[in-house]
Design a binder for this molecule. Sequence first.
Ligand code: UD1
Length: 416
Amino acid sequence: MEKFVVEGQYSLNGTVEISGSKNSALPVMAAALLTEEECKIKNVPPLRDIIIMEDILNTLSVKTDFSPKNNVISIKADNISSVSDDGSLTGKIRASFLTAGSLLSRFGYAKISLPGGCSIGTRPIDLHLKGFAKLGAEVSKEFGSIELKAERLKGADIYLDFPSVGATENIIMAAALAEGATTLSNAAMEPEIADLCCFLNKMGAEISGAGTDTIKINGAKTLHGACHSVIPDRIEAGTFMLIGAACGAVTVKNVYPEHLLPVVSKLKELGAEVEIQGENISVKNTGKIKNADIKTLPYPGFPTDMQPQFMSLMTLGSGTGVINETIFENRFLQVGELNRMGADIKTEGSSAIIRGVDRLTGTRVKATDLRAGAALIISALCAEGTTEIEDIYHIERGYCNIDKKLNSIGARIGRL
Ligand code: UD1
């Protein structure tokens, strides 16, 4: 298995181009199943999760053509041979379950393997299933699969017990071809949901309120092909901004600053210098990071996907900060690895207490999940000596060419 070898304490300076959002591209790919016409999706990052989603579509006999060089994927679902997935692929990415809403809505049937848990939490799908049932689907669970049936889904008023991103997306896709109107209350407000709805509206759907907590969908009879460019990845951008705050001066290019408000605000509170100019954000290390408290929340609150990276930054800050993780129950997997590098972090239930230390030292560590892996890269860049990061396939699920991007601004990262 490949690993990164990072030589620490080089000053990083320069500009990094941010790729398209993985978490937008995945639901948009699933939404392309709602029509038999061709859809063209641009700014798709060439990541492992995207390739797996493409493979999942191919097992349903959907034609795809992904050109990673220009980040465009064409999807044509005109000849779907089966509405049952291949379980061996579905288990690999949780977003595989996003095909359920589209298939059910268009064909009145879907059989999808349970996506399974993952290291950061149990991640159930009860809210997705409750939403499908409200739209009139018969839901049954057996032999590790979910079977969904409905002659034609019927619009309904649905209240989500929690603003789940995936459930909001799946229910919107299911409601897009339902008969009549659906109102989804307490919906997730993440920018990726607004992006999905923008694509669906280009396909002929009638959706309003995306990006707010109340989304209205007027079911259409059919949808047509469309072309769409996905939004920039706010989490990749946030990660490079933290690298600027930790080790030099980094500008992230082509981002939507309004999607990064909680990250910008927390960086300023911690003492980093942040400047926004149009679609670029520059972040500078001031040498004066002062720890503060963080609580993860649904958007527009502080994103759980940035929590491990902020923890890394705070390990070398002055004073004590407390991180309260409210979204996932097991998202402190980076703590043990950071402590092995010399950090002083204690966890108590859903809180982590970070006491700043003077230095970190390189050693051998393991990426346990995507964002924990990103946190280890930040700490490795700041540490004395060399850090070996194992299991980097987790990191490459969500960051395109992270080693190349970092080396282009002065890092020394090799691959073994
Ligand atoms: C998406 C993102 C992920 C991000 C997360 C929260 C994608 C592909 N992934 O994941 O990067 O960390 O949003 O911002 O977009 N829950 C339930 N029942 C459900 C669904 C969710 O209890 O039916 C719980 C989960 O266990 C979790 C919380 O709700 O504790 C948030 O999950 P959710 O918003 O659904 O995250 P994902 O869509 O899986």
